[in-house]
Design a protein around this ligand. Structure first.
Ligand code: ADP
Ligand code: MG
Length: 526
């Protein structure tokens, strides 16, 4: 019998592991810079050519490595940073897996020059050391990566254009530079200096890189700067969050910041900020994502509170309070559906449907029967709730003003085509690529529920036109409406540009006056 199972060779194992760590040139730059930070460098200079595919060189003046360590550093799971399980639970350095250098070396031509006291250089190709020897170098380390992905043709095909990679690298270095104002950073791309920042005070560094952020947060565990609500954007790209100085992505914190702005900012706008959250390393798990972009908090409610309060206090103590309030606060609503999906401004553009009725006096929701609401006002109304849902969703998808619900954990979906992202964003669904075919959904528009998102995707694949999608989705979700939800939906429909018909022209509601009721009874008695 021929054995089917064979042990993978070490270089192959490294190549496979490399795929996890090394997604693109920017992730190489990130890993190399994080090593410089861990080595306590004061100056970090980066050169790239061809978007990083041709060359990435990172030079630092950190602690450097001796000959033995330099050789070890290219092996998998060789790290000077974690010795014990306990360490893993209380990580304070950037790197900790001990796999970045090995992974990068496995898929490139890598040359290292490093010196703790005396210099040593090593050249590796596809992970194997091909040359080494003593060299002259001041204390510090230079790592040069050429021909990235040379032996991973499948990956190479999916690389973005050099200019897209360059843009990503610039943004990434800027982000790191925000958190380390005391360190000199420079970046040269194809011979041109595109970034150079001298050591300076934190606020100065932020201003240099992002412009003015006048509101200062300085509370327990949280500090940083915020833009005024009036400068809020429809996207979250101006949001920079660091947890224990590590740049991360956290919808939870985006949400908490917004909660801190309170009524100063409307539902669909996002403030820009640079915030540093400083918490016990034991209460945050950074080991969630191979690239360490995501974090998990042991006590989410507490983190939410720290951030919300911290942000709110920035406005109390500064001139921020004089800022105009963008809309009057909506009355607190006890209904789950509303809380998750209502957006006080969503239908504001629809303008002339002045919304004025008095729930208690003039209008009484009587009963929900299957997908219908029976409601009493001057006469009796029968409302098709699925048609109503389709209508409000349709109008929200058609003119998105930014997403309303940031998801605590991004939903990952597989997307075959590049256009998917733009198409989803056009409907107000915030998303970003996390792999060559994976899109992470960060936030959803109103009336689209996180749990029902798979149905939405299905409807979208079948329908493609927004009217179709809204109709299919509203009819596909198995929703049991409570009386309150049904009434809320009815209120929302009345604010729509078109409140009588669903996107496909089906009647949403009809009033049942006496004549009609009589006709109906006669009709049914046949
Ligand atoms: P990790 O950072 O997770 O420990 P890496 O593969 O990134 O793993 O690096 C392996 C080891 O190489 C590090 O633990 C460190 O000891 C050493 N090293 C890497 N880069 C540098 C550098 N720029 N300066 C000093 N030491 C470095
Ligand atoms: Mg590292």
């Amino acid at each position: 019998m021929i054995a089917k199972i064979a042990r993978l060779s070490e270089p192959l194992i490294n190549q496979i592991a490399a795929g996890e760590v090394v997604e693109n040139p920017a992730s190489v730059v990130k890993e190399l810079i994080e090593n410089c930070l861990d080595a306590k460098a004061r100056s970090i200079s980066v050169w790239i050519e061809g978007g990083g595919e041709r060359l990435i060189r990172v030079e630092d003046d950190g602690c450097g490595m001796g000959r033995e360590d330099a050789l070890l550093s290219l092996e998998r799971h060789a790290t000077s940073k974690v010795r014990l399980q306990e360490d893993l639970e209380r990580l304070v350095t950037m790197g900790f897996r001990g796999e970045a250098l090995a992974a990068i070396a496995a898929i490139s031509h890598l040359e290292m020059k490093t010196s703790e006291e005396t210099g040593y250089w090593i050249r590796a190709e596809g992970g194997s050391i091909v040359a080494q020897g003593p060299c002259a170098r001041n204390r510090g380390t230079t790592i040069e990566v050429r021909s990235l992905f040379f032996n991973v043709p499948a990956r190479k095909k999916f690389l973005k254009s050099p200019s897209a990679n360059t843009a990503q690298i610039i943004r990434m270095i800027e982000t790191i530079a925000l958190a380390y104002p005391e360190i000199f950073f420079s970046l040269r791309t194809d011979g041109k200096t595109v970034l150079e920042v001298m050591p300076t005070a934190p606020k100065k560094r932020i201003e240099q890189l992002l412009g003015s952020m006048p509101h200062e947060v300085a509370s327990d565990h949280l500090w940083g700067f915020l833009t005024p609500a009036s400068e809020a954007k429809t996207h979250r790209r101006g949001q920079h969050l660091f947890v224990n100085l590590r740049p991360v992505f956290s919808p939870l914190i985006s949400k908490a910041v917004k909660a801190g702005y309170g009524v100063r900012i409307d539902e669909r706008s996002h403030p820009s900020f640079v915030l540093f959250l400083d918490i016990d390393p034991g209460s945050v798990d950074v080991n969630v994502h191979p690239q360490k972009r995501e974090v998990r908090f042991a006590d989410e409610a507490k983190v939410f509170q720290i951030v919300q309060r911290g942000v709110a206090s920035a406005f109390e103590t500064s001139t921020g309070f004089a800022e105009s309030i963008s809309f009057s606060p909506p009355p607190p609503c006890p209904f789950v559906f509303l809380e998750k999906t209502a957006s006080p401004r969503v239908f504001q553009e629809s303008g002339n449907h002045a919304y004025a009725f008095d729930f208690t006096e003039q209008e009484r929701p009587l009963a929900v029967v299957d997908g219908y609401l029976l409601l009493q006002n001057a006469s009796l109304l029968l409302i098709d709730l699925r048609a109503a849902h389709a209508r409000v969703l349709y109008e929200s998808l058609q003119s998105p003003q930014g997403a309303a619900q940031a998801l605590l954990w991004p939903l990952e979906i597989l997307a075959e085509e590049e256009t998917v992202q733009t198409e989803l964003e056009a409907m107000g669904i915030e998303c970003r690529w996390t792999g060559k075919k994976t899109l992470a959904i960060d936030a959803l528009p109103p009336f689209l529920e996180e749990n029902d998102f798979p149905q939405f995707l299905q409807a979208w694949q079948e329908g493609k036109r927004i009217d179709d999608v809204a109709n299919r989705y509203a009819r596909a979700v198995k929703k049991r409406f409570t009386l309150e939800e049904a009434h809320f939906l009815w209120q929302q429909v009345q604010r729509c540009k078109e409140s009588k018909f669903d996107p496909k022209g089906k009647r949403i509601w009809a009033s049942l006056d006496e004549t009609r009721l009589r006709t109906l009874l006669d009709l049914l008695s046949d």
